[in-house]
Design a protein around this ligand. Structure first.
Ligand code: 5GP
Ligand code: MN
Length: 316
């Protein structure tokens, strides 16, 4: 069984590197830090190599140990967390490819099973929720520190326990954490409720530009690099903007574009029936049924038309 292999490889390895996807969100950071704090407990040498991330997560235990470069040429073991595709490790894929053994722990339905051992459960609402099972199997006790990291991923990837993937296990685990002394309300507030000023300013622009297309079943909006410069946006300040359109009555798919190098990063969210992961796969991206993304290298108008035309095929 995969978990037996994972346990054996972790026990064997001396030097371990933890990796996650580009533009890491709360589940990516929570998973990395939960694993890091857990592996320290069993005396492993662990490096976390993490791309630019939001300062919102700096309160998590050992967040200051996340680094941009690995210390070693070659690791005994590389573990990718919350990452559906090796391409999304971006500049860090070399650490994965050069490692002696590789593990992929994830919950994306579009996961390409790119490691030696793949523990992937698309039914889990967060990678952090899968880690509960993994840590139990490794006999590593979930303490307040590890629990706080896991809770961060669970809260962010379930939108605060409100997305359909939220399971009874999600609530049971949160209840256990609460009983253990984890400050659930504080984590919730820090990772989901408090907005930065630039995020607030971007929200205003996204709302102002919001268009409702295809009988108002599609909500569309965008931000440019210029917008981000003008409001002094930092990494992560665009997070959550795609949800604005999704919450409007009658909307099935929300499309949010963010200008990037030579094109636009598209974020898609759906409410009940459109599989946005399938839509994004058409453009080389992926994700989950109700939340997915891709990058399209074209000007704004062209990106808009191509995405809207693809979504039309799925609308009832
Ligand atoms: P977001 O819109 O928040 O960037 O991403 C939504 C979901 O889709 C996340 O689970 C994210 O990991 C996944 N995702 C976003 N962009 C891509 C992409 O380009 N490729 C793949 N495979 N998944 C993506
Ligand atoms: Mn996730």
């Amino acid at each position: 069984m995969t978990l037996d292999n994972i346990k054996e490889e972790i026990q064997k390895a001396k030097n371990i590197v933890l990796l996650t996807h580009e533009s890491p969100d709360g589940d990516a950071i929570g998973s990395i830090l939960a694993m890091y704090n857990s592996l320290l407990k069993i005396n492993k040498n662990v490096d976390m190599i993490v791309p630019e991330y939001s300062s919102v997560y700096n309160f998590l235990p050992n967040a200051d140990k996340m680094q941009k470069e690995g210390k070693k040429e070659e690791y005994d073991l590389a573990i990718a967390l919350d990452c559906g595709d090796i391409k999304r490790l971006n500049g860090f894929a070399k650490y994965f490819e050069d490692a002696k053994v590789t593990i992929n722990i994830d919950h994306h339905g579009s996961n390409t099973m790119f490691a030696d051992y793949n523990f992937v459960n698309p039914d889990a609402p967060a990678c952090c929720q899968i880690l509960i099972t993994v840590l139990e199997f490794l006999n590593i006790e979930i303490d307040i520190q590890i629990g706080t990291c896991l809770l961060t991923g669970i809260i962010t990837d379930t939108g605060g326990f409100k997305y359909p993937g939220t399971s009874s296990e999600t609530f049971e685990f949160t209840s256990e954490l609460l009983a253990m002394g984890v400050n659930v309300a504080d984590v919730y507030k820090k990772v989901l409720e408090v907005k930065t000023k630039p995020n607030f300013e971007l929200t205003k622009r996204v709302m102002e530009r919001m268009e409702f297309l295809e009988d108002s079943k599609i909500a569309f909006s965008y931000i440019t690099k210029k917008d981000e410069e003008e409001v002094n946006a930092k990494t992560g300040d665009h997070e959550g903007l795609v949800d604005i359109g999704r919450c409007v009555e009658g909307v099935e798919v929300s499309v949010f574009l963010r200008e990037c190098e030579q094109g636009f990063k598209a974020s898609l969210r759906s409410n009940t029936y459109v599989n946005v992961s399938d839509v994004c796969l058409m453009f080389g991206g992926g994700g989950h049924m109700r939340a997915a993304g891709c990058v399209i290298y074209a000007p704004l108008e062209e990106v808009k038309v191509r995405i809207i035309n693809e979504i039309k095929n799925y609308l009832k």
